[in-house]
Design a protein around this ligand. Structure first.
Ligand code: GDP
Length: 358
């Protein structure tokens, strides 16, 4: 038997993240130095599907500048009536599993059908170690130049909540710009899968076949969230292993209680590099959307997600307002000193801080 292609099966570390990946983003930087167009202009150009304006609006969404944020909020409100007409697909998997290769292959398959796809990412690690996904310029080379595809790297931010909120707002802008399929990519760090799951309709877990210990090292919650598990790199000498992994995952999936959607999650194999199994995955996802439209779960879940995000945004805002308050900052420093000397308890200190008239 020939030796396995070790490099293909290797799950690699992250690569560094440059600021932009697409030509339109480069253009965006040039333009953002010039005068800002009006909100009307932004909205009308986004609705026409103008990628440059879409990119610039996302930059406003991601900005920490208050004026930019106010503008972004208005643009979002105005775009909202034109959003929602899409399917949102989340894709997760450890680095090296083949996410970008898969998204490129899957994305090309969709654009060949005349679909317009936007690829966004959530990578909270990007703010800490310069990121690992959607950063490498060589990633998704073909998709980057596809007129029907829009690719945007992960926003940076200090908290997962903040990063996720920006991505969620970017989804609205992409939908208003006419993108009918939104792919949200994430790497399995922290709680990023949960964040992605809370903003997509369909959640796909990408895996590769290992040495028969497929289920080890996977966070339990992730399998529970998955609507499909796809074993990638089912090519060459690895086809047999992929089949074994498929059986094992199928068995594992049956251990979970039925989903509210009534959908029975499935396991498929594919080779992103050889474009094998991609149309089957597309077919499976369509089956899911057919079912959840018929039984109204699709709309129910989107409504639940809206409520979740409303609450999450309020919580985030309250926290930010609290910690950014000058009086709180001053008193917090004093309370921390008292705490350090053993002159108070965390609970009493918190009570006093929360009781401040801010
Ligand atoms: P990501 O980090 O999850 O985005 O993974 P990449 O898409 O960058 O892929 C990691 C490595 O696996 C690259 O060397 C790819 O060429 C390789 N790879 C991706 N998909 C396949 C596949 O279907 N078959 C094989 N043999 N290699 C693949």
């Amino acid at each position: 038997m020939a030796t396995k292609n070790k490099s293909a099966l290797h799950e690699k570390d992250g690569v560094s993240q440059p600021e932009t990946t697409s030509k339109s983003s480069a253009q965006k930087i040039k333009i953002s130095r010039s005068k800002q167009p009006s909100i009307d202009k932004f909205v009308s150009e986004i609705l026409k599907g103008d990628i440059t304006f879409l990119s610039r609006a996302i930059t406003l969404v991601e900005s920490t500048n208050t004026k930019h944020q106010e503008k972004a909020t208005e643009i979002l409100e105005r775009c909202l009536p034109y959003a929602n007409n899409s399917v949102r697909i989340g894709i997760t998997g450890v680095p090296g599993v083949g996410k970008s290769t898969f998204i490129e292959s899957f994305g090309k398959h969709l654009t060949a059908q005349g679909k317009k796809i936007a690829v966004l990412a959530i990578d909270p690690s990007s703010s800490v170690n310069k990121g690992s996904i959607l950063g490498d310029k060589t990633r998704m080379e073909e998709l980057v130049t596809d007129a029907n595809a829009f690719i945007r790297p992960s926003p940076s931010g200090t908290s997962l909540g903040g990063v996720a909120q920006k991505t969620r707002e970017s989804i609205i802008l992409c939908e208003a710009a006419g993108f009918d399929t939104i792919i949200i990519e994430t790497v399995g760090v922290g709680q990023s899968e949960t964040a992605v799951h809370s903003m997509v309709d369909f959640f796909l877990l990408l895996k590769i076949a290992g040495a028969g210990d497929e289920l080890q090292g996977i966070k339990r919650g992730i399998i529970e969230m998955a609507d499909a598990i796809v074993i990638n790199k089912a090519d060459g000498d690895n086809i047999q292993n992929a089949k074994i992994a498929k059986t094992e995952f199928n068995r594992a999936l049956h251990l979970y209680p039925p989903k509210e959607s009534t959908w029975q999650p499935k396991v498929l194999t594919c080779s992103a590099i050889e474009h094998n199994g991609i149309s089957e995955i597309d077919g499976l996802i369509n089956e899911y959307f057919h079912l959840t439209n018929e039984n109204s779960y699709f709309t129910k879940r989107r409504n639940e997600q809206n409520i979740y995000w409303l609450k999450a945004t309020i919580e985030q805002q309250l926290k930010d307002n609290f910690y950014n308050n000058i009086e709180v900052k001053k008193q917090l420093a004093l309370e921390l000193k008292k705490l350090d000397k053993g002159n108070t308890t965390p609970f009493n200190a918190a009570k006093r801080l929360l009781g401040l008239k801010t």
